[in-house]
Structures are given as structure tokens and as C-alpha cells.
Design a protein around this ligand. Structure first.
Ligand code: CO
Length: 139
């Protein structure tokens, strides 16, 4: 059902400051940058092999990432698994009684479709499933 770790989400105070390390020092290629106003985040996607690091900067303190940053500080935010069909995966999870944050997919960055599982269902790890846009489906 899950084909790869699509990305690991990292909450940062400043994407520009984080890029100085992730891109300029660690050498990851910045492949996408997008503001998702309805989710209150600025996001940057960096390539690392067949997977990505997703840097997340809050657009304000009263957003999900803003609250995360004020409660816990910068750091690991979520892990995202790649799926071929998010509709089928969500249906399977719902049937299995897995607690979901999103019962229906929402629009993610780069035209992807994403949904979050509740961390209570996944060992305390905020977990995302992502169906990449067709042109970004590698496997
Ligand atoms: Co993500």
C-alpha cells in the first residue's frame, strides 16, 4: 500500500535560514517552493535520492505549524508515505478503523493529493500519505 517514504516534514522558523544548511551545505537540490495559504505554510521541497525533505515555515503563529513551533520548537514534524491511490488507501484505513485527521484528501504541494493520519494511530508520529501528481510519480 505504501511504496516509499515520499518526504519527511521539518518545521523551521525560517526556510531561507534552513536552505543555507539543507541546500547550500548538505547539497540537496531545491526542487519546489510553494505557499499554501489555506494551510498557513510556506513549503520548500528538496531532493534527497528518491525522497524529499519538506521544510515548513508558518505563515503566522495561529496556524498548525505556528502552534507546533511555539509548543515544541523547530524539528521533525511529520513523515509522509507515497501511495498510488490515496482514495483506496484512505478507504482501507477507514475500514480498518485507523484514526484519521483527513477523511478526504486535500491538495498538497506540487499538485499532490495528501491526507494526514492521527498521530495517536501511528505511535505518536504525525503521518501523511501522499499521491504525487502524475508527472512526479516515480514509482
Ligand atoms: Co508533508
Amino acid at each position: 500500500m505504501l511504496s516509499a517514504i515520499d518526504h519527511v516534514g521539518v518545521a523551521v522558523e525560517s526556510i531561507d535560514a534552513a536552505l543555507a544548511v539543507y541546500r547550500d551545505t548538505l547539497g540537496m537540490e531545491l526542487v519546489h517552493r510553494e505557499t499554501v495559504a489555506e494551510q498557513g505554510v510556506d513549503a520548500a521541497l528538496l531532493d534527497v535520492g528518491d525522497s524529499h525533505i519538506e521544510l515548513l515555515e508558518a505563515l503566522g503563529p495561529d496556524t498548525a505549524v505556528g502552534r507546533f513551533l511555539s509548543r515544541r520548537g523547530a524539528g521533525l514534524h511529520h513523515i509522509a508515505y507515497r501511495v498510488q491511490s490515496i482514495d483506496e488507501t484512505l478507504a482501507t484505513l477507514a475500514t480498518a478503523g485507523v484514526r484519521l485527521i483527513d477523511e478526504r484528501p486535500r491538495v498538497g504541494i506540487r499538485g499532490s493529493r495528501v491526507a494526514f493520519l492521527h498521530p495517536a494511530a501511528t505511535g505518536g508520529v504525525l503521518t501523511e500519505i501522499v499521491q504525487p501528481a502524475e508527472e512526479h510519480q516515480t514509482r
